[in-house]
Write a new protein. Structure first.
Length: 322
């Protein structure tokens, strides 16, 4: 398999966490999990690059490296209020024109907007910076509450840990849900948070801290083959469906029904990748009852058919299905 070249653009003083998000997902070789990416870092001026963590890092490559990249990652910018260097903007524009995917984490979206790659399009960034972003770039449709937005050629994410969500989403798009889940498992991360989820949960009353949904979520994932409903989930934690819905909104930023559908489709993706089960059998295993229902739900979520998904991400020869 041809390696996909990912290059992160370091701009001093560089935020170490956002850069590490990309390095952790794209740059590490893990035992039993072959790497499918080549990862590198470049800077406008190779050499010592200052970081926010009180140390400098050595970067060997310059901006010309971006012209060989399949994906360009722009981690968070400390000086996002300032204009990016013209040479940097030109290099990012040329990489994009050549067909490279641009992935901006947190305030990296400011640089992408300065390059003109978001005009008339949707984007997100850290919620604290969303108003400033919208004021500076009125041609961009800012979604302040969204974890990440993938437009195909350009993707943006909210702050800090949302960068990991976006990078795992990129892996999922490139190599399927199972491969992304393996990486997430090594990182001890949830395998999938949908981009449309809220960046942060609403605060609960000080006298009533939120009850964790962890136990019922784990139970639901183990019982996806059953015809679970929102009422079933509510009964499991002995609350009303309305109370359950409120807790889901507070803790996950989504509804119980939508979360349950996401888990069913995610399980179907993994089975399509790793087994030769017919679509009818997969529908039964993930609680979507019929092949017709699976195809409809799968297409509305993944925007392709189960058969096409299997052809793209299947690990071994399959029997005809889908």
């Amino acid at each position: 398999m041809t390696s996909h070249r990912v290059v992160a653009l370091a701009i001093p003083p560089q935020s170490t966490f956002e850069l590490a998000c990309a390095a952790e997902v794209f740059g590490l070789s893990r035992q039993g999990l072959p790497s499918r990416y080549e990862f590198g870092v470049c800077a406008e001026r190779p050499g010592r690059v200052a970081t926010l963590a009180g140390y400098d890092m050595m970067v060997s490559h310059g901006l010309d490296t971006l012209q060989a990249a399949d994906t360009v990652v722009i981690p968070g910018l400390q000086c996002h209020q300032e204009a990016a260097p013209p040479a940097v903007l030109d290099a990012v524009r040329r990489a994009h024109r050549r067909g490279a995917r641009i992935v901006a984490i947190c305030s990296g979206a400011f640089l992408v907007a300065q390059a003109g790659l978001l005009d008339g399009r949707r984007a997100t960034t850290h919620w604290r910076m969303a108003a400033e972003f919208a004021a500076r770039f009125p041609k961009v449709e800012v979604e302040a509450d969204t974890l990440y937005i993938d437009l195909g050629d350009v993707a943006t994410s909210a702050g800090t840990a949302a960068g990991i969500d976006l990078c795992l989403h990129v892996v999922r798009a490139d190599h399927g849900a199972a491969h992304a889940a393996h990486i997430a498992r090594h990182m001890v991360m949830p395998p999938h948070r949908e981009g449309g989820q809220l960046q942060y949960a609403a605060s609960a009353r000080p006298d009533a801290p939120p009850d964790s949904l962890a136990a019922v979520l784990e139970w639901a994932v183990e019982h996806l083959h059953e015809p679970l409903t929102v009422d079933d989930l509510a009964a499991r934690v002995a609350v009303s469906p309305r109370t359950l819905a409120r807790r889901f909104t507070q803790q996950l930023g989504t509804s119980p029904g939508r979360w349950l559908l996401q888990q069913r489709v995610m399980a179907a993706r993994t089975l399509l990748e790793d087994t030769d089960l017919a679509v009818e059998a997969i529908a039964a295993k993930v609680g979507l009852s019929t092949a017709t229902n699976l195809r409809r739900r799968f297409h509305s979520t993944v925007h392709t058919t189960p058969a096409a998904y299997r052809r793209a991400f299947g690990r071994r020869p399959r029997t005809p299905a889908g």
